[in-house]
Design a protein around this ligand. Structure first.
Ligand SMILES: [Zn+2]
Length: 248
């Protein structure tokens, strides 16, 4: 792709983040873990924005109950693997982005392989068990993680830098949305708000522009439109950080 074409395609964005910002995006590799409500929308924004490479990870198939919020999927996709459908649709949005599908659950066995080469990881999971695995991996590999979660009318976002901010384990102890039992009930557009904030955080981290949500937890109440910012501080004896950050 020639420079002129690139500038044309991203010109509205380059006007904000500059050519250097755009070039940084084009060299960046992002992993989106989970391709549900958050992951589909974050992926669409990142592919649209022109990241160089996107790894998408999910083991699930598309269910009819996903369609009210997972706008990358259609009725005809029901029953198909999420990554399989997503990789095609994301390439249709921007053929210049290398989209790498991983049709597996993130486990402690494959986590390192999946995220070792990425610049930023996006938490788009819907359960805290999976987040535990993800948290250990990003702390061990010292990868920045943009965390997002939704529940009902509520959502939360925070950016985790291992060694600098509380990890997900500490965040959950400090203050967090209640865990969902079985599945998370959610209002589609509230998921969209949280996904948009997560994608914005990724763009900020990669370009180095603006202030990411470092040591801050943003809590969004979509029912009353109240957005709170909670200051976070590290816990001295976090079992995850004290275990994995000492290893290096
Ligand atoms: Zn920790």
């Amino acid at each position: 792709m020639g420079t002129i074409h690139l500038i044309d395609r991203y010109s509205r964005q380059v006007a904000v983040i500059g050519r250097e910002g755009q070039e940084r995006l084009s060299r960046a590799h992002v992993a989106v873990v989970g391709l549900g409500g958050l992951g589909t929308l974050v992926s669409m924004y990142l592919v649209g924005a022109g990241v160089g490479e996107l790894t998408i990870i999910d083991y699930d198939t598309i269910n009819i109950t996903d369609l009210h919020r997972q706008l990358l999927y259609r009725e005809e996709d029901i029953g198909k693997p999420k990554v399989e459908v997503a990789v095609k649709r994301l390439r249709d949005i921007n053929s210049a982005v290398r989209v790498r599908p991983v049709n597996e659950a993130l486990t402690s066995e494959n986590a390192e392989e999946v995220i070792k080469d990425v610049d930023v990881v996006v938490d788009a999971l819907d359960n805290w068990l999976g987040r535990q695995v993800l948290n250990e991996a990003i702390v061990r590999l010292r990868k920045p993680l943009v965390h997002g979660a939704v529940n009902g009318w509520y959502g939360q976002v925070s950016t985790i830098i291992p060694g600098k901010t509380p990890c997900l384990y500490e965040l959950v102890q400090a203050k967090s949305l209640p865990q969902c039992v079985g599945y998370c009930p959610v209002v589609g557009p509230v998921v969209g708000v949280v996904a948009s904030i997560e994608a914005t955080e990724v763009i900020k981290l990669i370009t180095g522009i603006g202030e990411p949500l470092i040591n801050k937890l943003l809590i969004i109440d979509g029912k009353n439109w109240v957005i709170d910012e909670i200051k976070l501080s590290r816990v001295e004896n976090c079992p995850v950080c004290s275990r994995y950050l000492k290893e290096k």
